[in-house]
Design a protein around this ligand. Structure first.
Ligand SMILES: Nc1ncnc2c1ncn2[C@@H]1O[C@H](COP(=O)(O)OP(=O)(O)OP(=O)(O)O)[C@@H](O)[C@H]1O
Length: 359
C-alpha cells in the first residue's frame, strides 16, 4: 500500500506543480519521486527530461537502483547515474548518446552541464533529494548553478525528512507556488524507533561499553556513527583488534572502497558498519535495526537522519546514544540530548537491560 507521502506526493508531482515535501525517514520518498517523474517521461524524445540530485554517491546510486526497478517495464527508457569518482569518459559517451533520466551528485552533474555534455533544454522535472542538505553548506553554489541552466517552466520538487524554516524560506527563490507537505517538529521522529541513552563517566569508557553491546549489535545489522573520520578509523582498528568483524566507511576513502563496503553491508555479509554522517542520510538497508551514536551529532537534523537508518517503512528500530558526563571534551552531551528531546518532543530513556526486545 502506498504510504501517506506517496498518496499525496505522487498526484502532486503528476499535476506538474512544484513541490516541497517533508516526510519521516524511511516512509518512501524515493518511490514518490521515481513514480512521480517516470510518468512524465516521453521515451521517444531522446533528451534528459528528469534530473535528480542527491548529496552522496551512495545515495545517488541507491536512487538510481530504485529508478531502474520502477522503470523496468518502460520500453526504451534510459536512466544514467552521474557520479564523481566514476569514469568521466563513460559519462560523456552515455550522455552524448542521449538519456531520459539523470540521477547524480551535484559536482559531476554540474561539470557535465558546464562542458555541454548534458543538455537540460528538454528538462521537465528537477528533484532535489535531501533538499535541506543540498541547499546548505558546500552544495549551495553548485545547486544554484544548476538552477541557472534550467528553464522557468521546469517543475522543481524538494524532498527531505528535515526541513527547517530557513530552507523553506530560501526555497521560495526557485519554487513557483508549490504544493507544500510540511511536518510539525513533533511528527518528525518515528514512533517505531525506540531511543535510549547510556551514561558514561569518561570518554574512554565508550569502547568497552560498545564491546559489551556487541552481542546485541550482531543480532541484526547495525550502524555506529562517529563524528570524525579519525574516530571511525581508530574505533574500527580497536574493534578489529578485539576480533570483532566490522565494516567501515567515510568520505576520505577511495570511491571503489566505499562502493565495495556498501555492497557487502547491503548484502548482509557484514553486520556492523562504522561510519560518519556521510552515511547519515537516505541510506536504506532493510536489515538495520540498531543505530549507535558513539558520538552525539553536532546538529539536531543529523540525529534524526542517523536514527532513521533503522525502523525503515514501519519496521521497529533502536537508537542508542552514548552520553559522556564528566569529560572536558564532551561536556554538554547530556544537554545536547535534552535539546534533541525537546526540539522533537520525543523521549530518550536510559537503556534497559532487555534492549534486544525493542528491535
Ligand atoms: N509503498 C510501499 N510499500 C512497501 N515498502 C515500501 C513502499 N514504499 C517504499 N517502501 C520501502 O521503504 C523503504 C524506505 O523507503 P525510502 O528509502 O524511499 O525512504 P525515504 O522516505 O526516502 O527515507 P529517508 O528520509 O531515510 O531518505 C525502502 O526499502 C522501500 O523499498
Amino acid at each position: 500500500m502506498p504510504s501517506v507521502i506517496q498518496q499525496i506526493g505522487i498526484p502532486a508531482m503528476l499535476s506538474g506543480m512544484d513541490l516541497i515535501a517533508q516526510a519521516q525517514s524511511g516512509t518512501g520518498k524515493t518511490g514518490t519521486f521515481c513514480v512521480g517523474t517516470l510518468n512524465n517521461v516521453d521515451v521517444l524524445l531522446n533528451e534528459c527530461q528528469v534530473l535528480v540530485l542527491a548529496p552522496t554517491r551512495e545515495l545517488a546510486e541507491q536512487i538510481y537502483d530504485v529508478m531502474i526497478a520502477f522503470s523496468v517495464h518502460i520500453r526504451g527508457i534510459k536512466v544514467h547515474v552521474c557520479l564523481g569518482g566514476n569514469s568521466f569518459e563513460r559519462d560523456v559517451t552515455t550522455l552524448q548518446n542521449g538519456v531520459h533520466i539523470v540521477v547524480g551528485t551535484p559536482g559531476r552533474v554540474n561539470h557535465m552541464i558546464r562542458k555541454g555534455f548534458l543538455s537540460l533544454r528538454q528538462l521537465r522535472t528537477f528533484v532535489l533529494d535531501e533538499a535541506d542538505e543540498m541547499l546548505s553548506r558546500g552544495f549551495t553554489e553548485q545547486i544554484f548553478e544548476t538552477f541557472q541552466s534550467i528553464g522557468q517552466k521546469v517543475q522543481v520538487c524538494l524532498f527531505s525528512a528535515t526541513l527547517d524554516v530557513p530552507t523553506i524560506n530560501m526555497s521560495q527563490k526557485f519554487l513557483n507556488d508549490p504544493v507544500r507537505i510540511i511536518l510539525k517538529k513533533a511528527e518528525v521522529t518515528l514512533e517505531g524507533i525506540s531511543q535510549f541513552y547510556v551514561e558514561l563517566k569518561r570518554r574512554s569508557w565508550k569502547f568497552d561499553t560498545l564491546c559489551d553491546l556487541y552481542e546485541t549489535l550482531t543480532i541484526n545489522q547495525s550502524i555506529i556513527y562517529c563524528n570524525k573520520k579519525s574516530t571511525v578509523e581508530h574505533l574500527t582498528g580497536l574493534l578489529r583488534g578485539a576480533d570483532h568483524v566490522v565494516s567501515a566507511t567515510h568520505g576520505e576513502m577511495r570511491p571503489e572502497t566505499r562502493k565495495a563496503v556498501m555492497a557487502e553491508f547491503r548484502k548482509g555479509e557484514s553486520r556492523v558498519l562504522v561510519t560518519t554522517d556521510l552515511m547519515g542520510r537516505g541510506i536504506d538497508v532493510q536489515g538495520v535495526s540498531l543505530v549507535v551514536n558513539y558520538d552525539l551529532p553536532y546538529e539536531k537534523e543529523k540525529y534524526i537522519h542517523r536514527i532513521g537508518r533503522s525502523g525503515r517503512f514501519g519496521k521497529k528500530g533502536v537508537a542508542i546514544n552514548f552520553v559522556v558526563t564528566d569529560d572536558d571534551y564532551h561536556r554538554g552531551d547530556a544537554e545536547k540530548l535534552r535539546e534533541i528531546e525537546e526540539y522533537y518532543s520525543t523521549e530518550i530513556k536510559e537503556m534497559p537491560g532487555n534492549v534486544v526486545d525493542y528491535m
